[in-house]
Every structure is written in C-alpha cells, then in structure tokens.
Design a protein around this ligand. Structure first.
Ligand SMILES: Nc1nc2c(ncn2[C@@H]2O[C@H](COP(=O)(O)OP(=O)(O)OP(=O)(O)O)[C@@H](O)[C@H]2O)c(=O)[nH]1
Ligand SMILES: [Mg+2]
Length: 389
C-alpha cells in the first residue's frame, strides 16, 4: 500500500491533518513537539467509482465516490538545523524511510516561529519554512552516507563503479539504484575517488529528490493573512485548513452535516439542531471552503497520490459480465497502480501466484481480450485469467 508522511516544523498542524484524514485519536496541542513517537494510520484517496459509468450498483462507494486506502504517518516536528541536533534532532526522519511521498506542512498564518513556538499571526514569514525540510532531509541522508563512507571507499579499492555500487546499496531501501548514482555523478561532476564528504552533498540532495517526492502545503489557511496567502500561492503552495476538515469530519460522523471528504461544500442536516456557536463555526468554514474550493485536506492527499506519485485506480474482477468477484460482490477491490502498469503487473498485485500464472486479461467494459503489455488506464475494470487457482 502507498505510504504518505506528514512532515514539517512543530506546531504547523501535522497531527490535526492526520487526525482529520484518519479519524485516529491523536494528541493535538498549541505548543511544539506535542508528537514525539510517530502516529500511523489509514487515510484515503478519493476517486469517482467505476460503477458510475457502468450503471451498476456497488456497495463499496458512497454515492459514486470511492475511497481507496493509503497509509499515513505523522512524525515529530523538525526545526532548522535539526541535523546539528536542534529541537529533537533528525533521528526520527528514519520514520520517513517507508514513505513514498511527503506532505510538507507549513503554517500559512505566520503564527509559528522558526522553532515551532506560537507567535502573533503574520509575525513569522512562512516562506522561510518552505525550503528547510528538503535541506534537513539532505543532511539526514548525508549523515547515513557519512556512517558508511569510509567502509565504502576502503572496499572499493579505488574503483569508481564499486563506490557507486556501495552507495546504491546503502540507499536501496529508499529505492535508489546504481543508475541513479551514476546519473548523479554525471549531473554534478562528482569524482568519487577523490571526493570529500562535502562534495557528496549534491548527491544526497538528489537521493532525497528521487526517493521522496514532496508537496508543500500551507496549513491554517483559515488564519492566514491575505499577503501571506499571496506569497505562498506564488510559490505554488496549496492550502489546507486541517482544523476545519477535522470539525467537518466530526460533524459528519455525528450526522449533523452531510459531507464527504473532498466535497467543495457541506449540507447541514437540521438547522434547528445546531447551537449558535456551532452555526457560527460552520458558517465560517463554509466561507473558507468557497475561497479554497474545500478545506484542502483531501485534495492534498489526492495530489500526492495522483500527481506526485503518478498513480491510477484499477478494479480487478473475476466475473467480467457482472463486474464482480465469484461471490457476486460488485467491484470489490480498487488498486492504486503506477501509471504505465500492465495487466500482468495488476495480476502480480492481486497475488504473486496469479502473476506467475498470468495468461491474459479481459477489459470488462468492452469484454475484449487485451495484450499483456497493454497500458492500464485510470478506472479500468480488468479480469485476469491465470493458470493459478
Ligand atoms: N486555526 C487553525 N488551527 C490549526 C489548524 N491545524 C492545526 N491547528 C492548531 O495548531 C496547533 C498545533 O496543531 P498540531 O496538529 O498539534 O501540530 P503538529 O504539527 O502536529 O505539532 P507537533 O506535534 O508539536 O510537531 C493546535 O492548537 C491545533 O489546533 C488549522 O488548520 N487552523
Ligand atoms: Mg503532532
């Protein structure tokens, strides 16, 4: 399953975002380093369910909206110079090893200083926070490489290719390959035989950018002064109000409103049941959603999965006539797959044995047999025919 991680300075709203996206009960507070141990949970990407276009009814979506699970991790806050031991240091960045992409939250309201302490709204420039995480992650990778460097150089016996191989092995867990290291060598003109650790910093930055695609999100949009919104928007930062999303999800769970994560608006179920403060709170959130086309939380998760990670949603079925499994359950599974995946890749994702025994696939919409190397499209409903039972 895809894993996304929330990272950023303390107090920018990571745990609030996490709680809104997963409805897990985690601690949220207006001071830095509330979270120390990471929180792990399940969030969802939102996609139109394939049943919509097929005119069939399915029990795995809500009014044609399908939610596909992804893992979400909320880690401790990181401050500038964490790699030198500031704040809690950067040890916990190890929790990001398993993340496929990172949602970097900044406090768009300018109400959190460089160390994560609450300050007056607008008194800190969040643009300063946009760049630092990439640098701290680079220095985290650098620290890992530093630990292995003398062994790698010693064992390479002066052979550049052995050094590249050694570095690739250290970062294999991050999905880094020998070719990635060779490309970086050419790109940054690194002489591995004579390189000092300093010379390897651009390589470390490259390892971060290959292995951890990142999107910057301006949270606390609800409090953000116009000027800061403008500056962040110019830097292509998208906005969220995690606190608003959390309020909406709680209100929806209590049946006070009708709202699906990612909806641009919500509907109050019964106006008369609301207290005056509830009404005022919801009115404020409604205004904010009109400005931002929603609270931004679901949009951020979707952006990470569909744009940063280039995923599509594919539905494997066993019975192509009824778009179901053998028990008649319609569209029982929705899989996130990398763009460019083939039916054979899907077969492996369903089960290794199904993949090994793969014979051919059928496009359930057209009922046509499709080639093994056919490229799957978002929303495809596919029957795999495999020699495996
Ligand atoms: N107004 C507003 N407040 C928010 C929003 N998101 C979070 N907060 C508040 O910001 C404070 C910090 O929130 P947390 O979610 O604990 O922040 P964090 O990034 O997890 O902090 P650490 O665990 O200390 O790193 C809390 O008082 C939240 O209620 C938001 O979108 N709008
Ligand atoms: Mg936290």
């Amino acid at each position: 399953m895809i894993t996304l991680a929330l990272a950023g300075k303390p107090n920018c709203g990571k745990s609030t975002f996490f709680k809104a996206a997963t409805l897990a009960n985690v601690e949220i507070a207006n001071y830095p380093f509330t979270t120390i141990n990471p929180n792990f949970g399940v969030a969802y990407v939102r996609t139109p369910c394939a049943c919509k276009g097929l005119n069939i009814s399915c029990t795995h979506c809500v009014d044609g909206v399908r939610f596909v699970p992804v893992n979400l991790i909320d880690v401790a806050g990181l401050v500038p110079d964490a790699h030198k031991g500031k704040g809690l240091g950067n040890q916990f960045l190890d929790h990001l090893r398993q993340a496929d992409a990172i949602l970097h939250l900044v406090d768009a309201s300018g109400g959190t200083d460089a160390e994560g302490n609450p300050v007056d709204i607008g008194s800190h420039n969040p643009m300063e926070d946009v760049k630092f995480l990439g640098y701290e992650m680079t220095m985290w990778v650098y620290g890992i490489l530093d630990k292995h460097w003398s062994r790698i150089s010693r064992q390479s016996q002066g052979k550049g290719s052995a050094i590249q191989q050694g570095i690739a092995e250290v970062f294999a867990g991050l999905g880094i390959t020998y070719e990635d290291i060779r490309d970086a060598e050419l790109k940054f003109k690194i002489d591995f035989i004579h390189a000092t650790m300093e010379d390897l910093i651009p390589l470390c930055a490259e390892i971060v950018s290959i292995s951890k695609p990142m999107v910057v999100i301006g949270n606390k949009f609800d409090l953000a002064p116009e000027e800061l919104r403008k500056r962040l928007a110019e830097a292509k930062v998208t906005f969220t109000s995690a606190a608003s999303e959390l309020a909406l999800r709680n209100a929806a769970a209590a049946h006070v409103i009708k709202y699906l994560p990612g909806d641009p608006e919500f509907k109050v179920v019964d106006e008369r049941s609301l207290s005056a403060p509830q009404k005022a709170g919801l009115t404020k959130i409604a205004g904010l959603m009109r400005e931002n086309n929603g609270t931004g939380v679901q949009q951020a998760v979707n952006h990470a999965v569909f744009n940063l990670l280039d995923m599509i949603v594919v539905y494997p079925v066993e019975d192509e006539t009824h778009f179901s499994n053998k028990q008649g359950d319609v569209l029982p599974d929705a899989y996130l797959m990398k763009k460019g995946s083939t039916p054979h890749d899907l077969a492996f994702q369903v089960h290794t044995e199904i993949g090994k025994g793969f014979l051919y696939a059928i496009d359930a919409r057209s009922k046509m047999r499709i080639k093994e190397n056919h490229i799957l499209k978002d929303g495809d409903v596919i029957k795999i025919v495999s020699a495996a039972k």
